[in-house]
Design a protein. Structure first.
Length: 161
């Protein structure tokens, strides 16, 4: 939420004689509701000058931070999870590190919900079609201690019921 507040501060900043008008658009970050496969979309206002790489990084950082408004109603990546994001040729590559990369201790439905949230959030960007997940810079079959298949790029169809 801090980044969103910074965007609004830029929008509201400036002096009365020379107002600064920031062109913005919306970015949607999806969270999975706990115990279900339902997605909860949260929209953020972002500077329209952000490039695809910056939008992807912002979206993933918001996802990892978790929503302040929804409390414990959604499945989140474990605290201390970090990610770097790159976008190229329709693929967003997310390199996970931190606590989630050291060993996943949740259940299968929780793990699926985390990656569904990540995939829906990034494929909601204009040019992203799929998400490749790395762990500590390496392609892996699954998270350490996890079961969700990460050896192929993820798409929204990965989560079709």
């Amino acid at each position: 939420m801090l980044a969103a507040a910074a965007v609004w501060a830029l929008f509201l900043g400036g002096c009365a004689r020379h107002p600064h008008v920031l062109e913005t658009h919306q970015l949607t970050v999806y969270y999975c509701k706990g115990g279900t496969a339902a997605l909860v979309p949260l929209r953020f206002v972002v500077d329209s000058k952000l490039n695809e790489q910056q939008l992807a990084a912002f979206a993933v950082n918001q996802l990892l931070s978790g929503p302040s408004a929804l409390g414990n109603d959604v499945v989140l990546f474990p605290g201390g999870t970090r990610a770097t994001v790159s976008v190229s040729g329709g693929t967003a590559t997310v390199d996970l590190s931190g606590s989630v990369a050291d060993g996943f201790h949740g259940g299968t439905s929780e793990e699926t919900a985390m990656f569904k949230s990540l995939t829906y959030t990034l494929t909601g960007l204009p040019d992203v079609k799929n998400v490749k997940v790395l762990v500590k810079g390496q392609s892996v079959a699954a998270l350490p201690g996890g079961q969700f298949a990460l050896d192929e790029p993820l798409t929204r169809d990965t989560f079709a019921q």
